[in-house]
Write a protein that binds this ligand. Structure first.
Ligand SMILES: [Fe+2]
Length: 218
């Protein structure tokens, strides 16, 4: 490939900065739609915590494992493995469950049903193991979780809970995780640029719909 042709290919690819900007806009939009905790009933507050738990407790490590399997670069795999190691070593699913128990918000079958269709769509997307779109999706998810923690903690406090370990840990550690995932994304894009017809934000859109299921109270 000539230098000019190589430049053309490079310039037509989205940059990490533009992907990060679109992810941040999507997170901003989601946070702007969150219902005012002061106007929610106890049942509505419980429902948001329960649906969040129904999605996160059993799926986060699974989806991050999908990112690990899909990633081809040593750099991305190392960063994703660091994240997985922390999830397993510190038993984040257990931390999530304790948070839900303390807030009186253990997921019911109705909570699971409310998120089921869009949860399945995210699972199927992850199962395709498409490296760049998966890493974009997990960077979005980490970024959203980190910025959602103060809201989730507020709901739990209003439910009478004082167990904030889950929200404390994820409001801090996911800042680093998000940065690491963007570094992982850069490594993946360098190794195997996505095809021009690949929708880099497919998983972000699916996850956005799932998060809307979690926070919707009517
Ligand atoms: Fe976690």
């Amino acid at each position: 490939m000539s230098a000019a042709a190589a430049e053309l290919v490079t310039s037509s690819e989205p940059t990490i900065a533009s992907i990060q900007a679109q992810i941040n806009r999507t997170i901003d939009d989601l946070l702007a739609t969150l219902p005012d905790p002061g106007r929610l009933s106890a049942a509505e507050r419980r429902g948001i915590i329960a649906r969040y738990t129904a999605v996160l407790e059993g799926n986060f490590i699974y989806w991050m494992t999908g990112a690990y399997i899909a990633a081809g670069s040593d750099e991305a795999r190392a960063k994703i493995m660091d994240n997985l190691r922390e999830e397993v070593r510190d038993c984040h699913p257990g931390m999530m469950r304790r948070f839900a128990i303390a807030a009186g918000a253990v997921p019911s079958s109705d909570d699971a049903d409310a998120v089921y269709p869009n949860l399945m769509k995210v699972r199927q997307f992850i199962g395709r193991l498409s490296p760049v779109p998966i890493v974009v999706t997990m960077a979005f998810f980490e970024g959203f979780i980190q910025r959602f923690m103060p809201y989730l903690a507020d709901l739990a406090r209003r439910q009478g809970s004082s167990d904030m370990e889950y929200t404390d840990v994820h409001g801090v550690c996911d800042i680093t995780h998000t940065e690491e995932l963007f570094n992982a994304l850069a490594a993946e894009m360098k190794l195997a640029p996505a095809q021009s017809d690949t929708d880099l934000f497919e998983g972000v859109g699916l996850l956005q719909a799932l998060i809307q299921n979690i926070v919707r109270t009517n």
